[in-house]
Design a protein around this ligand. Sequence first.
Ligand SMILES: [Zn+2]
Ligand SMILES: [Zn+2]
Length: 249
Amino acid sequence: MSAIKIKSNKKLKGELLQGLYGRGKRMQEMICVYATTFILLANLVILLYNVQKGELVIVAGAVLTGMLTADFLSGLFHWSCDSWGSVHVPLFGPAFIRPFREHHLDPTSITRHDFIETNGDNFMLPLPFLTLLFVHLWRSPHFYLDNTFLVWFTYALALLVAFTNQIHKWSHTYYGLPRWVVLLQDWGVVLGRKHHRVHHVAPHETHFCITTGWLNVPLESLHFWRHLESLITLLTGKKPREDDLMWAK
Ligand SMILES: [Zn+2]
Ligand SMILES: [Zn+2]
């Protein structure tokens, strides 16, 4: 196939995928971003009001565990959307699979998305848990004291899940990033630009974790995703990335 034809096929598919981003989806994303921002701030105020100096170790442990869990969940969700199903799966396809498939065709398109389009889906996921956390903290003064680790773990996990795609967007942004973001990337606190490039080599079958990226190397050395794919193929007969292979042809 000629280079021009491959390019025009990619452009066509990219336009088709972008066309699935409708007004209803945009409205849902806006509501999620505003609601989750509010509940994140409300919970933070209560947490900072309650935190004690002697809790530093337990808070650090909870935040670290929350960050690791968020990184693993980002990998699991990304792997699922990259490897299984298609954009034509009812509801889930246009809403969740589409952005990942579009992202492989045009990795820089994410850098042109505004804050709402970048973060709408991820801000939706932790909303029920943050609401539940807020209700418990608000209703009982003992809830924080009795569940300090769980409270900080939940908050850190929710915060990192909410901002995962923003972090992912930064990993594709090579100009104009704020200095503090570059420092976080260089220190390995969030997903690094060089590290994430490994995932963008076709057929996009490694380095799925996109929050901190801490788990990519350990999971690859365990062949974690390959084992999981073999298990699913064994149970369902389906092969991973079949839809992507079909488009490539
Ligand atoms: Zn991907
Ligand atoms: Zn990417």
